[in-house]
Ligand binder design. Structure first.
Ligand code: NAD
Ligand code: DAU
Length: 350
């Protein structure tokens, strides 16, 4: 029986993680702290908001006073730390927000958990959710393993790498019972349409240009979000304290091939002529410092804890498109207001 503080539970991955834990573990008490930045959305959690084992608190993970109060009230036995500024393009225009939340916020959480647990670490877990981007950029071959040296290259990935280092420092120095996982690119329902896949789905629906950075040859390793949170569940319950686990789908796509597959499936689903959506593809100025390729070797997770992805990509992407087509209200809500401003700033001058 755990009392868990989930951070960032109103975001993309956080909402799937919160739903999984609230519904699968009715004996656990789950508190979700989320600042509700542009990326946080309580609509993502509508189906579980009244669950008896779930509480939402609007708050900032850099607020040490609030965190202490929450630990005192709820007596957490575990933290599942998902909150972050997560979009690489935004980190290029506003790096300090990334340092504040991802570095200072993570350090504040670690410090609070350490003070509250005060050395009584039995059955306690501080689980830090991180990214494969900390490893830097691969050439055309090879994979990131848990032993790959860190080489972050964007303000986002550097802030996540810093947070990973601080988490490990708390393990080595204070024996805080930490677990870390580094995952590849996620996709699926509730993904904010600033990221490649939901942005293109949204633009295809609206017959708007599909902006491809550079030549579209950069490669990402895509994993369905429910497979990611299933891996977190497995690591949380059976992974070893102090260890790091890579999570990935063995599912590499160049951006251009991926967007063409999206166009193909959406032409079928929308009853458009074959090739119609592809005409929207527009090559635009490349992302600064654009990492060429990410690819995860998840052998450790498979061999030691038995986790494997469950969905083939074509099936996962089809489910994802269907979700966006069936949830046009959600898409409309998140793309009104500030989204328009962001979109103009990000794309009009490219
Ligand atoms: P997201 O941007 O969709 O959600 C982040 C959430 O954190 C939002 O709900 C936001 O309101 C909240 N938040 C931001 N700053 C906060 C603060 N200071 N205090 C409290 N809450 C705050 O992000 P995501 O894509 O769901 O990513 C979640 C985590 O998973 C991140 O740590 C990210 O680095 C990691 N990750 C993401 C991916 C991916 O493909 N999206 C892959 C691997 C790892
Ligand atoms: O690898 C894990 C990471 O994946 C996570 O840590 C990040 O939080 C998450 O945002 C994601 O980062 P990426 O930068 O890989 O994702 P994004 O969807 O922004 O971009 C995917 C690829 O598509 C990347 O090569 C850039 C490119 N791209 C992106 C956008 C938004 C375009 O070509 N055009 C676009 O408009």
């Amino acid at each position: 029986m755990h009392k868990i503080l989930i951070t960032g539970g109103a975001g993309f991955i956080g909402s799937h993680l919160t739903r999984l834990f609230v519904t699968k573990y009715p004996d656990y008490n789950i508190v979700n702290i989320d600042k509700l930045t542009y990326a946080g959305n309580l609509e993502n959690l509508k189906d579980i908001e009244d669950a008896p084992n779930y509480t939402f608190v609007r708050g900032d993970i850099t607020d040490a006073g609030l965190l202490k109060e929450l630990f005192d009230i709820h007596q957490f036995t575990a933290v599942l730390h998902c909150a972050a500024e997560s979009h690489v393009d935004r980190s290029i225009t506003d790096p300090l927000a990334f340092i504040t939340t991802n570095v200072v916020g993570t350090a504040t959480l670690l410090h609070t958990a350490r003070q509250y647990w005060n050395g009584a670490y039995e059955n306690k877990i501080f689980y830090h959710i991180s990214t494969d981007e900390v490893y830097g950029s691969l050439g055309e071959t090879g994979f990131f393993t848990e032993e790959t040296a860190y080489d972050p290259r964007s303000p986002y990935s550097a802030s996540k790498a810093s947070s990973d280092h601080i988490v490990r420092a708390f393990y080595h120095t204070y024996h805080l019972p930490v677990k870390i996982s580094n995952c590849s690119n996620n996709y699926g329902p509730f993904h904010f349409p600033e990221k490649l896949i939901p942005l293109c789905i949204h633009n295809i629906i609206n017959n708007k240009p599909l902006p491809i950075y550079g030549k579209g040859e950069n490669v990402r390793d895509w994993l369905y979000v429910e497979d990611h949170v299933r891996a977190i569940d497995v690591i949380f319950h059976t992974g070893k304290v102090g260890e790091t686990y890579n999570i990935g789908g063995h599912n590499e796509w160049t951006n251009i091939a991926l967007v063409k597959e999206l166009c193909r499936q959406m032409d079928e689903k929308l009853g458009r002529d074959k090739g119609e959506s592809e005409k929207l593809i527009t090559y635009v100025k490349d992302r600064a410092g654009h990492d060429l390729r990410y690819a995860i070797d998840a052998t450790k997770l498979k061999d030691q804890l038995g986790w494997l992805p469950s969905l083939q990509f074509e099936e996962g992407i089809s489910k994802t498109i269907d979700w966006y087509l069936n949830n046009s209200e959600w898409l409309q809500h998140v793309t009104s207001g500030n989204y328009q401003h962001y979109y103009e700033q990000q794309y009009d001058k490219r």
